[in-house]
Structure formats: structure tokens, C-alpha cells
Write a protein that binds this ligand. Structure first.
Ligand code: ATP
Length: 450
């Protein structure tokens, strides 16, 4: 695992994200809102593919996990009981000279401002990261609510309702994907640390004696997940969070980290949280949040394992991992630098692009549109008729489209019946081309993209 950073590579990635419509700064035309990002057409597809795949393997393909879609606005009492209102803070210092607000634990030399160099800093003080708001027309303190700082709490608060309605037996999990908000003191590294972001969280409830074993199980499952979306194991690091850095109620926590161009950083935490959350809510609400075991006739508060991943951080890791520069022949056969996003076809925003060889030949255009219509119900498929074919390939390489499909004179049967109704399929990474019957296209592509 390399600990070196590569700011130049990161700059190229950020610029590609903007140029090709993956990620834009939020409210950009008004100067931008710091720590907030909008996903453009391709970013929206990429993000959706990631979330859909997570939901598929974590919820739909399992008998022991059900989903939840909780509200963002959260009752103050929930976040009081969970401990967020009192302790969800980072240590902040102010620079009296340049007025910068800094996270005390991120300043190398704790006595000096990294922006202006001044040594005139305030003492560190806790800064609560939650965004609060008022619900309803009156502005009294009772109307305060928070934008949730994590999706997990609604899972704990709805534990009993989900248990009663789904009739699940331990061990079982409740999964959720959704927005979370943290007023980070120092948002940075592109989307890595944002103020508005999305999480994919599972709370997997179990008997106390199963906890440690399930912590290992979920760590391995989650590592496999990243490999299945194209992040190799060699670029992932599993950090065993040391006792002194772990939350007091946790019996074990792993951070799954990825080797970003700006350093090895956390993608996901897998934490064994014992019965802390349910017990807190049971105490504070006065409502039982226990599980009744039919066999042993025992009633107890289940323990929980929490794999908690960031959507935006994973999208960023996918883009960083995919970004490559190699060389490919230009129009005249001379080699030139090619920018290519080598996304796993499963998460690539566009799966295939269909090209008529020439746009002024109506039969080619009609046939290409037919091929697009054939694929469209099954995948996101582009149609592009503009410019030389090599340029069109290159445009798709840059956004990571794994397959380029060209309709040419062979397709129309002008070079003999043998090749009629076949197309060339060009693979993005190897650039190899292959002739495939249109009738066999779907069967060929579907296993690779699902
Ligand atoms: P960090 O130490 O980087 O602030 P954390 O340990 O506080 O993260 P958790 O509270 O464990 O993070 O949240 C679970 C996941 O949510 C993280 O692994 C990360 O992927 C994502 N996440 C948390 N904070 C942010 C943020 N500000 N921007 C983007 N993603 C975030």
C-alpha cells in the first residue's frame, strides 16, 4: 500500500469530472457552497449504479435483511439519546489573524495556522457537527429538529416496528441508503469530506455471543463488495481501530480504507456496537426495544454490527481507480495519449454506445437506432453519430463506456450475406473488435453488466 500522494493525478480527475459531467460544485454560478456538490448526468448514473448494486447484494439477495427509508428531519430526543447532541463534535481552533477555522486534530504543528502561518490561535473547543433547523411556525426551543448526521438512528428507533411487521428472527439486518449532513469544519479532498453526503448503512442485529464472529463476517463481505465493483483488494487497507480510539461501547471496529491519490483514507467503518444504541433509545423513550426468543423464552436487547459506507467516497474511489492514461492510434494511425475510465461494466454510467459508421447514410442510421432500441430496456445506451468513428470511441473511453457498437456496411449486407445483421463490438480496455450478430448482442452484454 503506497502512502505517497499524487496531487497532479487528483487535479486531472477533478477536471475530468467537471468537463464530462460527473460532478459539479453546488450553486457554482453564485460562487459555490463549500462542501456541497451536485452530480451531473454521468455522476448521477454512476451513483445510482453503486447504490442499486449495494441494495441488491445487501438486501434483495438476502433473506435476513430488509430495507428502510427513514426521514432526514430527526426529532431532537433521538439525537439526544444517541449521544450526538452532547458529543458529536470535532475540536476546532480559530486563527485570530486570518480568521480561518481549523480542525485542531488536522493541524500538523498545533501551534501554527497552516493557511497564514500565524501562531495566534485560540484554544481548541468542541464544535458540534449537526445542522439544526426549526420545524413549524413557532421558533421556541421545542421546535428544534436536526438534519440527521447518519442514517443509522432511524433504524434503531424503528427497530420494533420493523421487527413486528417483518417477523424476522435473529440474526437479521435493517439496511438504509440516504442523505446525511455534517457541518464539517474543514471540507476537503473534493467530495471526500462533504457537508451533505449519502450513506449506505446496515444494522445487523444478533445475539451477544454472535457479535465478534459476525464482525469478521461483515468485514469480509464488505471487502468482497468492493472487489466486485472493481476496487482491487491490493488498494484496500483494513485498519483495526485501536482500543483507545474506539467508541467506549464498541467491542471491535475496522475501517476499510482506500488508497486515494491524496492518501490512504476511510471508505467504510465496520463496527460492533454491542447493545448501546437500542439500550439508549429504550431508556430515553421508555419503550421496550427487546427481542423475544421463542425457544429460550428469553427477552433481551440485541447486539448490532454496523457496516457503514459512504456513497460519495465510494464514487470518488471508483473514479480514482478507473482513471488511466494509455495510448491509442489517432485518425492517421499515429499513437496519441488516451484518457480512459476503466470502470467495471457493472457500475459504468453508460454501458454501450451505438454508432452508425456514417451519419449521411439513412440505412446505417436506421439500423443503429434499431440496435439502440433493442438494448435500451436493459441498460443505459448512448447513440452518437457525430464525427469520425475514432473520435466517437475516444469520447466514450473518457467516460468509461465499456462497449462500442458500430453499424457499418457489413451490417446492411453490402459485403455479402454472411455478415448481414452483424455489428462490431469494441471493448474499451483492450480496444479489440469482434463481430457479433445483432440477435446475440443482448446475451453477450448482459452477463457482463449485471
Ligand atoms: P471521518 O473520520 O472520515 O470523519 P467518520 O469515521 O466520522 O469519518 P462515520 O461516522 O463512521 O465516519 O460514517 C460512516 C461513513 O460515512 C464513512 O466511512 C464515510 O464513508 C461516510 N462519511 C462520513 N462523513 C462524511 C463526510 N463528511 N463526507 C462524505 N462521507 C462521509
Amino acid at each position: 500500500m503506497s502512502t505517497q500522494t499524487d496531487p497532479q493525478r487528483m487535479e486531472k480527475i477533478v477536471s475530468l469530472c467537471k468537463r464530462r459531467g460527473f460532478i459539479f460544485q453546488s450553486s457554482e454560478i453564485y460562487g459555490g457552497l463549500n462542501g456541497v456538490w451536485d452530480y451531473g448526468p454521468l455522476g448521477a448514473e454512476l451513483k445510482r449504479n453503486l447504490k442499486d448494486y449495494w441494495w441488491r447484494v445487501m438486501v434483495r439477495e438476502r433473506d435476513d435483511v430488509v430495507g428502510l427509508d427513514g426521514a432526514i428531519l430527526t426529532h431532537r430526543a433521538v439525537l439526544k439519546a444517541s449521544g450526538h447532541e452532547d458529543t458529536f463534535s470535532d475540536p476546532m481552533v480559530d486563527c485570530r489573524n486570518c480568521k480561518a477555522r481549523l480542525r485542531a486534530d488536522q493541524i500538523g504543528d498545533k501551534q501554527q495556522c497552516p493557511i497564514c502561518g500565524s501562531k495566534d490561535l485560540t484554544e481548541p473547543r468542541p464544535f458540534n457537527l449537526m445542522f439544526s433547523t426549526q420545524v413549524g411556525a413557532s421558533a421556541d426551543p421545542d421546535s428544534i429538529a436536526y438534519l440527521r448526521p447518519e442514517t443509522a438512528q432511524s433504524i434503531f428507533v424503528q427497530f420494533k416496528n420493523v421487527l413486528d411487521t417483518s417477523r424476522k428472527k435473529l440474526p437479521f439486518g435493517i439496511a438504509q441508503i440516504g442523505k446525511a449532513f455534517r457541518n464539517e469544519i474543514n471540507p476537503r479532498n473534493f467530495t471526500f469530506r462533504s457537508r451533505e453526503f449519502e450513506q449506505m448503512e446496515l444494522e445487523y442485529f444478533c445475539r451477544p455471543e454472535q457479535g465478534m464472529e459476525l464482525l469478521e463476517y461483515w468485514k469480509e463481505e464488505r471487502l468482497r463488495f468492493y472487489e466486485n465493483i472493481g476496487i482491487p483488494r491490493a488498494k484496500l487497507n483494513v485498519l483495526t481501530v485501536p482500543d483507545e480510539e474506539r467508541a467506549f461501547y464498541s467491542k471491535g471496529t475496522y475501517d476499510i480504507e482506500y488508497e486515494f491519490p491524496f492518501g490512504v483514507q476511510e471508505l467504510e467503518g465496520v463496527a460492533y456496537r454491542t447493545d448501546y444504541d437500542l439500550t439508549q433509545h429504550q431508556k430515553a423513550s421508555g419503550k421496550p426495544l427487546e427481542y423475544f426468543d421463542d425457544e429460550t423464552k428469553q427477552r433481551f436487547v440485541p447486539h448490532v454490527i454496523e457496516p457503514s459506507a459512504g456513497v460519495d467516497r465510494t464514487v470518488l474511489a471508483l473514479i480514482c481507480e478507473a482513471y488511466a492514461e494509455d495510448s491509442a492510434p489517432d485518425e492517421k494511425g499515429k499513437m496519441e495519449t488516451r484518457i480512459v475510465l476503466r470502470f467495471h461494466p457493472r457500475i459504468a454510467p453508460v454501458k454501450a454506445a451505438v454508432f452508425p459508421l456514417l451519419k449521411n447514410k439513412p440505412e446505417l442510421v436506421t439500423k443503429a437506432r434499431e440496435v439502440q432500441q433493442l438494448l435500451r430496456p436493459h441498460m443505459n445506451v448512448f447513440y452518437d453519430e457525430g464525427g469520425a468513428i475514432g473520435r466517437r470511441y475516444r469520447r466514450q473511453d473518457e467516460i468509461g463506456t465499456p462497449f462500442g457498437i458500430t453499424v457499418d456496411f457489413e451490417t446492411l449486407g453490402e459485403r455479402g450475406d454472411e455478415l448481414r445483421d452483424t455489428v462490431t463490438v469494441r471493448e474499451r480496455d483492450s480496444m479489440k473488435q469482434d463481430r457479433v450478430k445483432i440477435s446475440e448482442l443482448l446475451a453477450r452484454l448482459l452477463p457482463m453488466i449485471t
